[in-house]
Design a protein around this ligand. Structure first.
Ligand code: CP
Ligand code: NVA
Length: 301
């Protein structure tokens, strides 16, 4: 297994399913109150350039539950010193680096210059921790036969979708991006996923066709962190793609609703959908804790 957790395509399908099984095991232990100090005596530096609720709290809490210590660093990479210099300092003191950055290149650069594991906690390009937690929730609600499931991702072909495509490149799954023209996701990631996927990976602008028979309907904000200036223009483009009751009606009757959160209620999703019993958004959020603990305990052991 590779040393860093930067992209889901860096792992085999079996490795990803193994991490998910481990995350389930850690969830059971946590719920049972069973100690699991797998990172005893280890320290993790957490570099965040962007705001966070879920990622920060679940990493810090998870590291504590594993018996380790986290140090939160709110900073912009490459400004006070070079990224390689930062990497070469941190590797002398800590056992791992968690990084949330604007530039994906900065996470790659940290990994290149630090001998310790680097974990991608979201970049402009991808968000692998999110998808591991999402699939853990999807399996809990829809069973482990992911190859029989269709996930319709409605909205922006953004960092979260890119990581779904990375996952679908390695584990059989039917993934459809339903988006307005011009928001089709990273071409290289989609092409690579389509070339290696054992399930299907499709992109459509047709809402009814894209959502038809979906087992899960997923959405995310229309303007991601760093795209605030495009918000008004994006709202216009994405408005027809709002996940509301009439859009959900195209999916299977028992389809779950998924969102990485934070949600902009009334924009990409209506309250009746996100608050419905079929919404599993808080299971996804809880699983950030368990899935990231599995990644940390695997890479830092
Ligand atoms: N889903 C997610 O990554 O949430 P935060 O931005 O709050 O960490
Ligand atoms: N696409 C969103 C995800 C937030 C967790 C963003 O990058 O802001």
């Amino acid at each position: 297994m590779v040393n860093d957790f930067i992209s889901l395509v860096d792992f085999s399908g079996d490795e990803l399913l193994g991490l998910l099984d481990f995350a389930d095991e850690l969830r059971a232990k946590q719920h049972a109150g069973e100690p699991h100090p797998l990172l005893f005596g280890k320290t993790v530096a957490m570099i965040f350039e962007k705001p966070s609720l879920r990622t920060r709290v679940t990493f810090e809490t998870g590291i504590f539950q594993l018996g380790g210590q986290s140090i939160f660093l709110e900073t912009r990479l490459g400004q006070r010193e070079t990224v390689p210099d930062m990497a070469k300092n941190l590797e002398r003191w800590v056992h791992g680096i968690v990084a949330r950055t604007f530039s994906h290149e900065h996470v790659l650069e940290l990994a290149e210059h630090a001998s310790i594991p680097v974990i991608n906690a979201l970049t402009d390009l991808s968000h692998p921790c999110q998808i591991l937690a999402d699939v853990q929730a999807l399996r809990a609600h829809k069973g482990a036969d992911l190859g029989s499931l269709k996930v319709a991702f409605v909205g922006d072909g953004n960092n979260v979708f890119n990581s779904w495509a990375n996952f679908a490149a390695r584990v059989p799954l039917n993934l459809t991006l339903v988006c307005p023209e011009g928001f089709e996701a990273d071409g290289g990631i989609v092409a690579e996923a389509q070339a290696s996927a054992r399930g299907t990976i499709e992109i459509t602008h047709d809402i009814a066709a894209g959502v038809r028979d979906a087992d899960a309907v997923y959405t995310d904000v229309w303007a991601s962190m760093g795209q605030e200036e495009e918000e008004a223009q994006r709202r216009q483009a994405f408005h027809p793609y709002q996940v509301n009751a009439s859009l959900m009606a195209h999916a299977k009757a028992d389809a779950v609703f998924m969102h990485c959160l934070p949600a902009h209620r009334g924009d990409e999703v209506t309250n009746d959908v996100i608050d419905a019993p079929q919404s599993i958004v808080f299971d996804q959020a809880e699983n950030r804790l368990h899935a990231q603990k599995a990644v940390l305990a695997t890479l830092l052991k």
